[in-house]
Structure formats: C-alpha cells, structure tokens
Design a protein around this ligand. Sequence first.
Ligand SMILES: [Zn+2]
Length: 85
Amino acid sequence: MIEVSAETGFVIYLAAAMVAIIGIWLYQHKKGKAKEIICLPTKTYICEFCSTQYLAEVVKPFTRCPECHSLNKNIYVKNNQKKPL
Ligand SMILES: [Zn+2]
C-alpha cells in the first residue's frame, strides 16, 4: 500500500477537484457553442383592425396581432410607409 502524507493527500484532493471543475467547464463550454441561434427575417406589420405596429416573420402568409390577436395578411411596412392595398 502506498503511504500518503496529509499534505500530499490534500494536494491530490485539490488537484482532483480542479480537474473536475475544469472538465465540467469545458463540457459546458462545448455544449454552449453547439447551440446555434437561428433568426428568421422579420418585418414590421400594421394590424388591419387596431393599427398596432408589430414585428413578425416574413415567411408566414398570415400574422397574428399581439394586441387584438386577430389574423392579418402579410402586408408589411417598409421605411414606415404603409404598403398600398
Ligand atoms: Zn390588432
């Protein structure tokens, strides 16, 4: 059996704790990099019913107003000018 003094045991304990902490940190760091944030293009829309301006994704044919929750056609505002119908 290997004889270990109290100081050596304490140093081994600290080294093992440091290795565990660095290992967890590296795992979380790699896991965080794997996530990719996908931002869909958005435009500013005006609700046909309550005239509230809101942001919504361009790919949807209809958007829901966050104020009155009614569905609107995908008519978006470009440079703060309402697109003619
Ligand atoms: Zn509305």
